[in-house]
Write a protein that binds this ligand. Structure first.
Ligand code: TRP
Length: 365
């Protein structure tokens, strides 16, 4: 179906505080999109039901992180006047829709999902893969389509979910009639943002590896983490030529810095290309680069820290924002689900067409 409105749907699992990988991977973009005025509706979901698929034995962790993630959203500039922030499990229409979608996806198709495969290797569920976890890509398709989202800003790891979503939409529309919208994925602008490494430079930023910089880290914590960041192990003396490949400080600069930062913090250089050239040539120390990075990060995150501190003192208001956002999400969801039920011919108790048609069928001639 051709979309009538431009709608954004995206979200995060509340399994921990959000880190700066989330920020460059998606949060920063969401705020820009929100403020562009180009979208008719914006929904951001705290995906607690999805979080439970691999944290079912730790419900309190999910419960606590609902508010942490809400605080992270508000502090980066998600504006509840423009964006509905809502809680997944409080929209039961999502669960119902997921159940119908299960008929449209084979077990074999789910087994091919590369993101789920990687997660399964990392999680090592003893006692086998929980069915709920195995099926979460289907539930994610419901998340997106219940809101008729046209645009889904997410990180690269969510690509397989969007592919599956589009397959489900096509299949549904083909079998039941044109109801659902095929969404488009919106990926981060550059490679550094796509997959921001942890401070150890080894792999993606991830809580379980302890290599994260959190949005909620204090200036002091940030300084400590930046100073201990992985750079170039071959760059022993300042005059040695340095390497950029795999150098986390430069990857972060790729993700964060803008030309204006040089004017403000390191005016000997005009832009990142000049800084990189000097580093590669030799004669530029890691300390200078780290100090610059720290300044850049602080300039981005200081306002975010301040807003977080403010919202932390207004938890009942945060709660109201979630409650109202969830109500708005349900209203939107109910509309789509009505259309889905009608298309699937299971709308028995809407109007009188079902009873009339059956009555006719059995009427004595
Ligand atoms: N899978 C996403 C994550 O791990 C969270 C999520 C759930 C999501 N449903 C979504 C993202 C729908 C975008 C759209 O962070």
């Amino acid at each position: 179906m051709e979309p009538k409105e431009k709608i954004i749907l995206t979200g995060d699992r509340p399994t921990g505080k959000l880190h700066i990988g989330h920020y460059v991977g998606s949060l920063r973009r969401r705020v820009e999109l929100q403020n562009s005025g180009e979208y008719d509706k914006i929904f951001i979901m705290i995906a607690d039901a999805q979080a439970l698929t691999d944290n079912f034995d730790n419900p309190d962790k999910v419960r606590q992180n609902i508010i942490e993630v809400a605080l992270d959203y508000l502090s980066v500039g998600i504006d509840p006047e423009k964006t509905h922030i809502f809680v997944q499990s409080a929209v039961p229409e999502l669960t119902e829709l997921s159940f119908y979608y299960m008929n449209l996806v084979s077990v074999q198709r789910l087994q091919r999902n590369p993101t789920v495969k990687t997660e399964l290797e990392m999680r090592k569920f003893d006692g086998g893969t929980p069915t709920g976890f195995f099926c979460y890509p289907i539930s994610q398709a419901a998340d997106i389509t219940l809101f008729k989202a046209t645009t889904v800003p997410v990180g690269e790891d969510q690509k397989p979910m969007l592919e599956l979503t589009n397959e489900i939409v096509r299949r549904f529309n083909h079998i039941y009639g044109d109801v659902l919208i095929e969404p488009q994925i919106l990926l981060p602008g550059n490679q550094a943002c796509m997959r921001l490494p942890g401070t150890d430079g080894k792999s993606k930023m991830s809580k379980s590896l302890g290599n994260c910089i959190y949005l909620s880290d204090s200036a002091k914590e940030l300084k400590k983490k930046v100073n201990s960041m992985f750079t170039d192990p071959l760059h022993l003396r300042i005059e040695d030529p340095g390497h950029l490949e795999g150098n986390t400080v430069f990857t972060y600069l790729d993700a964060f810095c803008e030309d204006a930062d040089f004017e403000q913090f390191l005016s000997e250089y005009k832009n990142l290309d000049e800084l990189k050239a000097h580093y590669t040539r030799g004669g530029l120390g890691d300390g200078t680069c780290k100090k610059f990075l720290l300044n850049v990060l602080n300039s981005r995150f200081e306002p975010i820290r301040e807003r977080r501190a403010m919202w932390e003192q207004r938890i009942p208001e945060v709660y109201e924002i979630l409650k109202q956002g969830t109500e708005a999400a349900r209203e939107q969801g109910r509309k789509t689900l009505d259309e889905v039920r009608h298309a699937m011919r299971i709308d028995y108790f809407e109007g009188s067409s079902f009873v009339e048609e059956q009555d006719q069928r059995f009427a004595k001639k």
